[in-house]
Design a protein around this ligand. Structure first.
Ligand code: NAD
Ligand code: WQD
Length: 339
């Protein structure tokens, strides 16, 4: 049974490919390397002993995608491929609508034409905006997204709801909170392009001396220590949730399924808590300065992930400190590679 993994050389995709292979799935990756590197394929092979089939092209090239579906017996897809830089999506919205939605629709058309079901979509906690109550469960109302990137996730979810209903398909929408960490082998991890926007890559690069100081965006939020709170989920735990969600779809006897799951730890951590946990876990200092709030940031977001536990038998297992240790090992691996 072959599973198509779009964006399978990216951060979350590569970790998920490893878990799929560990669970005896045959994996076919399509990734245009727009935000990933080819050596990740070698590293997946080093970890698992298997080299997934890899096609390097842009999913918007429908004719190439059709050839992949002609060549393989594809029974499901996990769709990671998307552009994900929130700030860039505000200055280049068309890039985001085009890449994130056309790529998705091209795969869905193949599914429709070939009668394939079992589709998993990378959604995001960003679809909730600043929710009125914590923790956020799957029934929490969605608010207008803060960014064009976030809107592509809301639109992607809407497209998939219609797709599932109209064509009787099995679909799972996975709303990730804040993924962090790297593979325990230090052979896979996040590859931030340029100056990182996300907290943990910035903290890591500051500890490594690549950045001088972390800017903490605001210490006047109505939280315990004044810094904003998020739910940081370890990437390998997150990857395992995809396998559980896929197995549930494959095993379901219903023709039409629309699953929605929050994937988080259920625990909120503040920016300062992350910095302290990183310092403690790795015994390295992270110099920081307090700066004004970042535009568009919300105060607090953490998940109620009970539904995933109940229905998928999945829950987050790795502590913040453990996750931050793996990030540091990955940074050291990257330093060695670059020297
Ligand atoms: P990533 O950028 O590391 O991975 C995405 C991969 O898709 C990259 O390897 C990129 O080269 C590829 N890609 C992009 N457009 C493509 C196209 N048109 N054709 C073929 N390949 C293409 O990102 P990630 O952090 O692994 O995120 C994976 C998914 O999860 C994305 O959809 C993202 O929006 C979503 N998500 C990420 C986060 C996060 O914080 N990392 C949180 C919530 C949701
Ligand atoms: C976390 C906290 C920052 C960097 C983004 C996307 C969201 C989702 C996850 C994909 C915030 C603070 C950060 C820094 C800081 N991605 N921070 N200094 O904002 O929760 O969400 O990633 O779907 O859509 O918007 O994550 O890692 O950017 O920030 O103080 O240099 O760290 O202000 O409070 P965020 P983040």
């Amino acid at each position: 049974m072959s599973i198509l993994v779009t964006g399978g050389l990216g951060y979350i995709g590569s970790h998920t490919v490893v878990e799929l292979i560990n669970n005896n799935f045959d994996v076919i990756i399509v990734d245009d390397l727009s935000n990933s590197e080819k050596f990740i394929l070698d590293n997946i092979e080093e970890i698992t002993g298997k080299r997934p089939i890899f096609y390097p092209f842009d999913l918007r090239r429908k004719e190439l995608l059709t050839q992949v579906f002609d060549a393989h017996n594809i029974e499901g897809c996990i769709n990671f491929a998307a552009s994900k830089a929130v700030g860039e999506s505000m200055t280049e919205p068309l890039k985001y609508y085009e890449n994130n939605l056309f790529s998705l629709i091209n795969v869905l058309q193949e599914f429709k034409e070939r009668n394939i079901s079992n589709f998993i979509f990378s959604s995001s906690c960003t679809v909730y905006g600043q929710a009125d109550e914590m923790p956020i469960d799957e029934n929490t109302p969605l608010k207008e997204a803060e960014s064009s990137y976030g809107k592509t996730k809301q639109m992607g979810e809407d497209i998939l709801k219609d797709f599932s209903r109209a064509y009787q398909k099995k679909v799972s929408l996975l709303r990730y909170f804040n993924p962090i960490g790297a593979h325990p082998t230090a052979l896979l991890g996040e590859l931030p392009a340029g100056i990182p926007n996300n907290l943990v890559p910035y903290v890591t690069q500051t500890a490594a001396g690549i950045r001088e100081k972390l800017s903490i965006w605001g210490d006047d939020y109505p939280t315990e220590d004044g810094t904003a709170v998020r739910d940081y989920i370890y990437v390998v735990d997150l990857a395992k949730a995809h396998v559980a969600a896929l197995k549930k779809l494959l095993n379901s006897e219903n023709e039409t399924v629309l699953d929605i799951y929050n994937l988080g730890t259920g625990k909120g951590s503040s920016v300062l808590e992350v910095v302290k946990a990183f310092e403690l876990a790795n015994n390295v200092p992270v110099p920081y300065q307090i700066c004004p709030r970042r535009e568009g940031d919300i105060t607090v977001a953490y998940a109620n992930a009970d539904k995933a536990e109940k229905e998928l038998g999945w829950k987050s297992e790795t502590s913040l400190e453990e996750s931050l240790k793996t990030t540091w090992e990955w940074q050291k691996y990257l330093n060695d590679r670059n020297n």
